[in-house]
Design a protein around this ligand. Structure first.
Ligand code: AMP
Ligand code: ZN
Length: 311
């Protein structure tokens, strides 16, 4: 749904306008921005609204830090599918002399990686990753499985881009279902309606479509086409700034991928299935700004009502 206040779709112009307005603060690195209080006010409202989409009697609310133990990431199989996206945490490991040399190189913006050593942590690439090992640690699932509501920073994905909707660091709100295959499938179906209704309430022009993840390499292309064919990933897309509409929410059905890796079993002792619904908070904010204009005070009353309870 377009309003008169809508902004040019061309991402160069859109990005320039966002920066000129102070909504995005460039860092000098592609896909990494600061934001101002207007942007943040909208993002936090989107986060609250996405939280309240889940029934608090059904969903357990869990939060995790923005770093993930490397062991969990390794177990998840992420490096097979997305080696090109991950960022790992390295930290100084050396003598006093090394520290002096490191500083000397760093002060000239040279290469100081020689003095860094891999730690036990990686940068969290998606909000749901810590959930699977945490739930698996408890033992078999309760009857009916479990639903988790989580979110926070998706700290790093190595995908630099000039498109303001393709960030290297962003926030994601996720709902995760772990349980019997049929229950998980039905849950994702139900959430596709719920997520569409939410984004339509925000007066965004949205479409639900099958999609694929950006798997790495030639074998990745095969994985992507099989994912697409089986409709394991659905995306809710809307025009933001690229030529094609951009995904603002994703509904991923992992089948037994995480369950086998982390040992998630149902109360009956069967391998569980998992699914997650992820809302990209910055992308939703950008879609709102593009659709309704840069000043939230002038947005349609229904949209303000949905976000801030204004009547
Ligand atoms: P995914 O884990 O790739 O399914 O992503 C979940 C949601 O996060 C997507 O639907 C997007 O809304 C958002 N998202 C994914 N990648 C990016 C990115 N590079 N920049 C901003 N938001 C993103
Ligand atoms: Zn997820």
């Amino acid at each position: 749904m377009q309003t008169e206040a809508a902004i040019d779709v061309d991402h160069d112009t859109f990005l320039k306008d966002l920066i000129a307005e102070g909504l995005l603060i460039p860092s000098g690195t592609a896909g990494v921005y600061g934001t101002n209080s207007v942007f943040e006010k909208v993002r936090l409202a989107v986060d609250d609204a996405a939280t309240s989409l889940a029934d608090p009697r059904e969903a357990e609310r869990l939060r995790f830090p923005p770093v993930l133990p490397r062991r969990h990431l390794e177990t998840s199989g992420y490096l097979r599918s997305f080696p090109h996206l991950l960022g790992s945490v390295f930290a100084f490991d050396g003598s006093e002399r090394d520290a002096v040399e490191q500083e000397a190189r760093a002060s000239e913006h040279g290469d100081w990686s020689e003095f860094q050593r891999m730690t036990d942590l990686v940068l969290l690439p998606a909000a749901c990753y810590p959930v699977y090992p945490a739930i698996a640690e408890r033992g078999p699932l309760p009857p009916g499985g479990i639903t988790v509501e989580t979110g926070g920073a998706c700290v790093f994905r190595s995908e630099p881009s000039e498109d303001p909707a393709r960030l290297q660091s962003f926030h994601m709100h996720e709902h995760v279902r772990i349980g019997e295959p049929e229950a998980v499938k039905a849950w994702r179906e139900q959430w596709s309606h719920r997520a569409l209704a939410f984004l339509t309430d925000l007066r965004l022009e949205v479409f639900l479509q099958p999609a694929s993840d950006p798997f790495f390499g030639r074998s990745g292309r095969m994985l992507a086409s099989s994912q697409l064919q089986q409709e394991l990933k659905l995306e809710i897309v809307t025009p933001i700034s690229a030529d094609e509409p951009t995904a603002i929410a994703s509904l991923n059905y992992h089948q037994d991928h995480f369950a086998t890796r982390f040992g998630l079993v149902t109360s009956e002792g069967e391998m569980a299935h998992t699914a997650c619904v992820g809302f990209g908070e910055e992308r939703i904010v950008l879609a709102l700004l593009r659709t309704h204009g840069f000043d939230p005070a002038t947005w349609p009353i229904e949209v303000r009502g949905r976000l801030w309870g204004e009547a």
